[in-house]
Structure formats: C-alpha cells, structure tokens
Design a protein around this ligand. Structure first.
Ligand SMILES: O=C(O)CCC(=O)C(=O)O
Length: 276
C-alpha cells in the first residue's frame, strides 16, 4: 500500500488519485511576514518569472530558506504525516506577458521506486487566472515514469503548447497550500495583472527518504546520493560537484511525445473514469 503523506485521509486520497490537493496551510500573520520579507529583499520591480533558488547568492538563498523553515515547520507537521520539510524559496511572477511557465514536471530528488517527493506551492497573494496561478494536468503523475533533473530533457516542457488544452487553473487564497506530486505536469499562465504574484515553493519528502540528484551526461542519467546541504549551499546548476555516484541509468527509449501523451491520457481517463 502507498504510504500516507497527508494526515487528513480524504486529502491524502485526492493527492494519490489526482496528483494534487489544496489545503489550508499558514495563517494571515505568516502570510504577511513572508510577504514583507519578500518586499524588503526584492524592492525593485522586474519582469518574467523569478525563482530565488536558481543561481541566487548562497547567503541569500540560506536566509530565505531559514524564513521559510520558520513559518512552514509547524504547518508542515500539522498537514503532513511523518514527512520532512527541505526548505523553500520565493517564486514570483512579475506583471507582463512574458511570464508564462511551460508545462513541466519537477526534478526527481528521491529514488521514486522507494519514496516520492512533494512540492508545496503557497501564494502570498490571491492567485487566479489573471495573475499567473498554477495550472495542472490532473492524473498526469501516473503517466510515463522517468528520472528528471539537470541536463535531462523534460519532454513535457518540450510539448508545452500542445499540453495547454489539458491544463486546469488552480485558483487559491493567500496562505493555502497546493501540494502536488513532483511527477505531476504543471506550469503557470502569464501575470496580466498590475502587481507581482508572490508565492513560496517548498519541498517535502517522507521522513526516512534519502535524497538523490539526477544528472544527464553523455546520453546516460547519472544517479548521485545527495543531501540537503548540497541542494542548499551548492550551485546545483553546476552539476553534481563532490556527490557520490550510485549508478548510470539508460533513459527509456520510448520517451513521451504528443501522440503518446494523448494515447496514455485517454487510457487513464477510461481506466479511472474521471471527469475532467
Ligand atoms: O510559481 C509558479 O508559477 C510555478 C512554479 C513552478 O512550477 C516551478 O518552479 O517548478
């Protein structure tokens, strides 16, 4: 039987079935405190989509991580069942048409044959169709399984436009959490409002899950044993650094494409008899 992730059994069932669930998470005080932090760290307006974890200065990354831990630790213990929080960062969408984020899956950071990992997306302002709320393809976590990471082509991102017809917008109130399986195809629409859409993106894994780093190199996928310090202190865009390699994995030859996606997805719809 699949391991319980969310304490509320009904929500846990939805997460397993659809690949995502929305729950109440942090209170208004925590929302306001995190928003203030964001505004004082990033007082200037910018454009496009910005994730503070990508290529940010290590001390700033660590500072944001500490703020997220401070405000999320209690709520994570309330919401999740025997899981640990791996920190998080601000994900911001500034006003303008260039902030669309193509459908993609998040990197695999565990050996998914043993343990899955979960993204926790928490808007600090109302998130809706007009300001770049997250969009998801329900049930897509059950489609072709693969390893995801640096230098590994994400076929879902490549199919971007073709997948847009399947995506549902998740409208959310500030402080709610969208918890999703990192294998779920998700993205977000442009922010066509007048103000930045500020959110926090954190990651949660089962308490006993070891971390991994997957790296595409010369046609193979290298699997490394990783740890939180690596994800926190290294510039992960530079590769595995001093991590120990576990094995080489051959990518699956039948990688997903548009036809395969349509075929798999219609099979899933029939099997699961879900409404879309
Ligand atoms: O904040 C968003 O618009 C989505 C973020 C996201 O999907 C990601 O960083 O993987």
């Amino acid at each position: 039987m699949e391991r319980q992730i969310i304490n509320d059994k009904a929500h846990d069932d939805i997460l397993k079935k659809k690949g995502y669930v929305v729950s109440s998470f942090i209170d208004d005080v925590a929302v306001a405190a995190l928003l203030r932090e964001f505004q004082s760290l990033y007082p200037d307006s910018a454009s496009g989509f910005y994730a503070a974890a990508h290529g940010e200065r290590p001390e700033l990354k660590k500072y944001i991580y500490d703020q997220v831990i401070m405000h999320f630790s209690g709520p994570v213990s309330n919401l999740f069942h025997e899981c640990k929080l791996l920190g998080g960062t601000f994900v911001v969408k500034y006003p303008g048409g260039d902030s669309h984020l193509a459908p993609h899956k998040d990197w695999s950071i565990t050996d998914e044959e043993q343990h899955l990992s979960y993204s926790v997306w928490v808007p600090l302002v109302e998130a809706n169709t007009g300001n770049g709320a997250v969009t998801v393809i329900p049930y897509s976590h059950l489609l072709a399984q693969d390893h995801r990471g640096l230098n590994i082509e994400d076929p879902y991102a490549v199919m971007g436009e073709a997948l847009r017809q399947y995506m549902l917008t998740v409208n959310m109130r500030p402080g709610e959490a969208l918890v999703f399986d990192t294998r779920l195809v998700h993205g977000s629409e442009p922010n066509i409002s007048d103000s930045p859409r500020v959110a926090v993106l954190a990651t949660v894994v089962p308490e006993n899950a070891g971390l991994r780093f997957y790296y595409g190199n010369k046609g193979l996928i290298e699997e490394y044993e990783a740890n939180i310090d690596f994800y926190l202190h290294e510039n992960i865009l530079n590769g595995p650094a001093s991590l120990s390699k576990i094995r080489d994995i051959s990518p699956k030859p039948d990688r997903i494409n548009r036809e395969k996606f349509d075929e798999l997805y219609s099979k899933l719809r029939i099997q699961g008899s879900f409404l879309f």
